[in-house]
Every structure is written in C-alpha cells, then in structure tokens.
Unconditional design. Structure first.
Length: 281
C-alpha cells in the first residue's frame, strides 16, 4: 500500500467511481491479518511530539470524513488516528469508508488503529444497509470478507495506561478489570451475542443517574457516574473514551470528566461536519 494509491482511491470515491475488485480483496485480506494478530485490547504509547485523534462513528458519511481529514490533517507518522467503531451502516458510502480506513491501516499499521463497533456485526449490517450496499457495489464474497475482518478487529485500545477507548461502554459487573479485557478471546466468538463482555463493550451507554439501568436500545445496559468512577479507580485510569451515540458538538464530557463520548460525524444529513476530540502527547 502507498499514499499515492490512497490519494487516487480517495479522488475516485469522491466522483462515485469504484476501485477494481482485485484491490478490494487485497486490502481486506491484508488488514484482516493485521488486526487478527493484534491483541483484544491494543496498548498504545504515543511518542513525544506525536498527536493522536480519536474518531467515533463515521457511519458511511464519506464526505464528512473527507472534511475531518481536511481540517485535522491526514494520518501520518506524527499524527496517529484511532477510529472507534461504527465505520459502516446508515450512510450510503460505507464501503468507501471501510476501504479507506483499511487502506490507511495497511499503510501505517503502527500509527492507525481500529476498534470494533456494534455496527461491525452481521445482524446490524443486514438491517442498516452495509450488506446490501457492499453486494450492490461489489459482490457477496467481498461482503463476507468484510464480515470476517470485522470479527477480527480489536475491541479496545489503552492509550498510555490512562485512557481506555472502546465503542460502547462499561460493564454490568464492578469486578471487571483491564486484565479481563486482555484475556478475552474475541476470535472464539465472531458475533457479540446478547450477553457477556464483548456485547457490553460494544453496546452499553452512560447515564446521569448513579448505578445501572436498562438500555433504551433493548441490548446492553446503562451505567452511572459511580460505576465509571469505580472502574477508573480500580484500573488506574483517568477516563474512558467511547462513541456509540451522536453528540451535536462532536463530543461530550460526562461523569465528572471520566467518561468522554466522541463522535466523528454529525447526525446523518451528509451536509455538516463536526470534528472529533484529539488526545495529544
């Protein structure tokens, strides 16, 4: 993979063109192997003088992603990126976004990171559009390859021992630790199911009230500021960074600064862009 290839692909996508299927296969297969070999919780150190930008749900909004890169800079060795799941579904350019993110992962595997979201799953892709879009633009085999690669993605990233980034949120059990996440064999369970650590990492949401409550989604649960405080204290964390919900300003800080919700793109109008929140070192 080269930057020239990515630049050419980016411009082709802007005018509604595709890349040849042989390149699509190569990109997906290469990235599937890269992410499969990464741990369930990637542990990242940011070199001095390097910036990291964490981006939440892009949901097939290709031109909003282009605007984010224009405003914030494209990935390079001094500007790391972490995309925190939900690359696809809902928007009409999900295939293009997935290919672009994968191409950058292949080009810069130590400076470009991907977490799995609840929309990198078969059930959600079937209902919310990515499966149909991918089959229409390419074919069923390419969709199946994407599905296999999604199930290989890491579930969390630990930044400098102090910030845990995962798509959904925290857990129904106060005893869950970072070691439990490290030990989770995500390859033994391709889809998150209705219970367990993987499901909670992809699906839960914060609430203002203390304790835990039922989820408005019908899957997972909601967790209060006391839950976040205890988890951070038990695991030596400053904060949990998550996505999974739209925030009009691009991000929201909750739970006394310990829970940060980050969204890369605005509500799905395709017309306006909000920037994600950078973490710098």
């Amino acid at each position: 993979m080269t930057q020239d290839f990515i630049d050419d692909m980016t411009e082709r996508f802007k005018i509604g063109k595709k890349i040849h299927k042989k390149y699509v296969y190569q990109i997906i297969l290469a990235v599937k192997k890269l992410v499969y070999d990464e741990p369930t919780m990637v542990e990242m150190e940011i070199p001095e003088g390097t910036q990291l930008t964490v981006c939440g749900d892009t949901h097939g909004q290709y031109f909003d992603l282009m605007e984010l890169f224009r405003l914030n800079g494209t990935p390079n060795d001094k500007h790391y990126y972490l995309f925190n799941g939900d690359f696809v579904d809902r928007g009409s350019w999900s295939t293009e976004i997935a290919l672009l993110l994968y191409a950058y992962k292949w080009l810069r595997p130590k400076a470009f990171f991907l977490n799995r979201g609840n929309h990198e799953t078969d059930d959600m892709n079937r209902v919310y559009g990515f499966e149909g879009e991918c089959k229409a633009k390419y074919n069923e085999r390419i969709f199946k390859l994407f599905s296999e690669s999604f199930s290989a993605l890491p579930l969390a990233t630990l930044i400098g021992t102090k910030y845990l980034v995962l798509h959904g949120g925290l857990f129904s059990d106060d005893k869950v630790t970072l070691d439990d996440i490290r030990k989770l064999d995500r390859h033994a369970q391709r889809q998150p199911g209705q219970a367990g650590l993987m499901m909670e990492m992809l699906w839960t949401d914060p609430q203002d009230e203390p304790g835990r409550g039922p989820s408005k989604r019908g899957v997972g649960m909601q967790f209060g500021p006391d839950v976040t405080k205890k988890f951070c204290e038990n695991n030596g964390l400053e904060a949990v960074i998550r996505s999974h919900e739209v925030r009009m300003d691009g991000y929201e800080v909750q739970h006394d600064g310990r829970c940060i919700t980050d969204t890369a793109t605005p509500p799905r109008t395709g017309e306006r862009t909000s920037t994600s929140a950078p973490t710098t070192s």
